[in-house]
Design a binder for this molecule. Structure first.
Ligand SMILES: Nc1nc2c(ncn2[C@@H]2O[C@H](COP(=O)(O)OP(=O)(O)O)[C@@H](O)[C@H]2O)c(=O)[nH]1
Ligand SMILES: [Mg+2]
Length: 255
């Protein structure tokens, strides 16, 4: 309990910092955030309520979480879709996109993490860019600009992500610097054509595959991923990194 309270305050600090500088947003009623969620009950309500201040349309896909994620999503006012069992982040994203693309007036779609690591101000910039540039999809990158003073990317994550890019011909061909960034903004064409079938970590590689194979026009946008005490306490950073590499090698799914 103690630990949860600590993480909670930490994430609220992070969210408040992340809001600083977000310009008063124009109308985002044509934009849907798709939020995959697994066991994020301690933070998901605040993350969604904060995002809803700018983006009123959010669908969170609760992927068979045994915790109180579903109740917290419901309390936030976001749309809630439940997977009765855990099907993985890729399946949750696919479900959320299928839900969002059916909503009247939906033109732009965003994949946004449930744990407070993504920032609303980055999404605002990416959607505005997608409105004005001839692009189908913009993906976030942690490495798109010279390394900043306060850069929080853990070194192991940095090494793994660099390695994935190096080993992945499609990622290199597309000119991408960050193969596993969960923050993406895309248009209706991508939302209609998207067909993520891999579970686990492989969905990020599958996303890259589909971008390359379907010829979607893509650009990267530098974003800051927040490494909060809460996100680090999930302890997945190292494991995810290893999984990303293992998945890629075993399934030959490095795009
Ligand atoms: N739907 C679903 N979401 C997941 C699953 N595992 C992780 N997530 C969500 O995917 C996002 C990113 O996961 P996270 O563990 O933070 O990965 P990392 O930040 O890339 O290291 C968060 O919003 C999680 O709640 C899963 O099995 N199913
Ligand atoms: Mg995370």
């Amino acid at each position: 309990m103690e630990e949860n309270a600590l993480s909670y305050f930490n994430i609220m600090d992070a969210i408040q910092t992340s809001n600083t500088g977000a310009h008063a947003s124009p109308d985002f009623s044509d934009t849907w955030l798709v939020v995959p969620c697994y066991n994020e009950g301690t933070v998901i309500r605040e993350v969604l309520m904060n995002a809803r201040l700018t983006f009123p349309n959010i669908v969170a896909v609760n992927d068979g979480s045994p915790d109180n994620s579903a109740e917290e999503i419901h309390a936030s006012g976001a749309h809630l879709v439940n997977h009765p069992v855990n099907l993985g982040q890729g399946a949750a994203i696919q479900t959320g996109v299928e839900y969002a693309r059916q909503q009247p007036g939906a033109r732009y779609f965003v994949t946004f993490d449930a744990d407070g690591q993504h920032q609303v101000k980055d999404v605002v910039r990416m959607v505005e860019r997608l409105r004005t540039e001839e692009l189908d999809i913009i993906v976030g990158t942690r490495f798109g600009r010279p390394r900043a003073e306060g850069d929080q990317v853990p070194w192991i994550k940095r090494v793994v992500l660099r390695t994935v890019v190096m080993l992945s011909p499609k990622t290199r061909k597309l000119g991408l610097t960050d193969a596993h960034n969960g923050l993406r903004v895309f248009n209706q064409k991508v939302a209609q054509e998207l067909n993520i079938r891999m579970s686990g970590m492989s969905h990020a590689s599958e996303f890259i595959d589909q971008i390359a194979d379907r010829g979607w026009r893509i650009a990267e946008e530098p974003v800051d991923i927040l490494y909060t005490e809460y996100s680090m306490s999930k302890g997945q950073s190292l494991l995810n990194g290893v999984n990303i590499l293992a998945d890629g090698f075993l399934a030959r799914r490095l795009p």
